[in-house]
Design a binder for this molecule. Structure first.
Ligand code: SF4
Length: 424
């Protein structure tokens, strides 16, 4: 193998703060004082505790994960026919664990189930959660496309959601809290997109795992001012790393993009395998989808403007709901995961713009939305000299994961890129 270029590395300063923030946000979310959607922020602080879902606990413990899946199987929700992350959550719910205090086994009542839907499995799970818990539920369905008509529809549904929430909880809705939450949420999403863009640098300052961890505060409390402040500081640190030529892993024999959901129960398996060959995975749909982007008709992503540059003025609930609806429909790729028309162009631009030589595609039995259109996209990538490999597994059900099969798919792909294990 030719001489491998080594780059300087440096510990991530934000790492400790991210963990602390994540702990605090999780605690506050469990106390339901700061529900995770900007829409819910208008209700102010809540008082009831919610314990589950225990997503990370289950994904890090194969026995617990299996127990949840088997509970869902036993209740007539066959695996392979719905999202595997939702399937494990269904098991947890049916076992009565979602509302149970893990330290004393006491249960905590739930008032409502609210979901902002980015795929059919999520919507259906929210509906069943409402039925199992015996509480009213509301699913805000965001169309995958539809332009101005879709924006109008989502804005109307957001207004209906407020009526639902005030009736179901008996609480007052505060528009000034909503306005503040929506602005923060937009801003932190734009900054996440800028952080992802910084990964176009050679060497990349962050790898896939760092990106995944970095964005967690956005999932738990993206509308909170402390989360916005955290992302501002992360962006400044990443820009410094780019300026100083700091690499995520110290070697970059090839740059790869990863499309589809990771295997959450074995999140390190593929990045570790690639790293043995010196290749770095620097993003993909999942890694970047929490950002707020401007998306061109060809599928090219660029960070959306900062709030002050959007020209938007949020004076009241109508303005704010329209702005939020526009963001869901136009700027949040998470809500486009089943939009087939964009997929090939999006995959291609991502690989080219992030200077990647290869693309890893997860044909996920647990996520038909992201797997749909992948093989067509692979043809487009190959036609543009981006090497591809597709492997089969599941994002949330380890029963579909064969380490040998995945290795047998990935190793020839890495060798096709001219790579050899670094220790050779
Ligand atoms: S993994 Fe796929 S099917 Fe599951 S919630 Fe996400 S988009 Fe939906």
């Amino acid at each position: 193998m030719s001489v491998v270029t080594r780059y300087p590395t440096r510990p991530l300063e934000f790492w400790g703060r991210m963990k602390e923030l994540r702990r605090n946000l999780n605690r506050r979310a469990w106390e339901t004082r700061n529900p995770p959607y900007p829409l819910l922020a208008g209700l102010g602080e809540w008082a009831r505790r919610l314990y589950g879902p225990y997503f990370t606990v289950a994904m890090r413990n194969p026995e617990i994960l299996l127990q949840y899946h088997e509970a869902a199987d036993a209740h007539g929700y066959p695996r392979g026919e719905m999202c595997s992350s939702m399937h494990h959550y269904m098991g947890e719910l049916l076992l009565g664990l979602t509302t149970m205090n893990p330290s004393n086994g006491e249960s905590s009542p739930v008032d409502v189930v609210v979901e902002v839907e980015f795929c059919n499995s999520v919507a259906k799970t929210a509906q069943i959660a409402g039925e199992v818990l015996g509480v009213p539920h509301f699913v805000l369905d965001v169309p995958q496309e539809g332009g101005e008509a879709a924006i109008k529809y989502v804005a109307a549904r957001l207004h209906e959601a407020v009526d639902f929430l005030t009736k179901a909880t008996g609480k007052e809705y505060h528009d000034e809290l909503l306005v503040e939450a929506v602005k923060n949420w937009w801003e932190q999403g734009v900054i996440i997109a800028k952080i992802c863009m910084a990964n176009q640098a050679v060497p990349a300052p962050l790898d896939f795992r760092m990106l995944q961890e970095m964005r967690v505060p956005s999932i738990v409390g993206g509308h909170l001012p402390e989360v916005l402040a955290y992302f501002e500081d992360v962006l400044a640190e990443i820009n410094d790393r780019v300026h100083d030529g700091i690499s995520a892993t110290g070697v970059e024999t090839a740059r790869l993009v990863y499309e589809g959901e990771p295997m959450f129960y074995a999140e390190n398996f593929i990045p570790d395998l690639c790293q043995r060959y010196g290749a770095v995975i620097l993003g993909g749909f999942t890694g970047f989808s929490r950002g707020v982007w401007d998306i061109s008709p060809e599928g090219r992503w660029a960070p959306a403007p900062r709030f002050k540059d959007t020209g938007a003025v949020l004076k009241n609930r109508d303005d704010t709901m329209e702005f939020l609806a526009r963001c869901y429909v136009n700027n949040r790729p998470l809500y486009h995961c089943a939009k087939l028309g964009e997929k090939s162009g999006e995959y291609l631009h991502r690989a080219v713009d992030w200077k990647c030589q290869g693309s890893i595609l997860h044909l996920d039995v647990g996520c038909r939305n992201q797997a749909a259109g992948m093989l067509e996209a692979a043809q487009v990538l190959e036609a543009h000299d981006i090497a591809t490999v597709a492997y089969e597994s599941s994002n949330g059900d380890a029963r579909y994961f064969s380490p040998h099969q995945v290795t047998d798919r990935l190793e020839p792909f890495l060798e096709r890129l001219g790579l050899r294990p670094l220790e050779d």
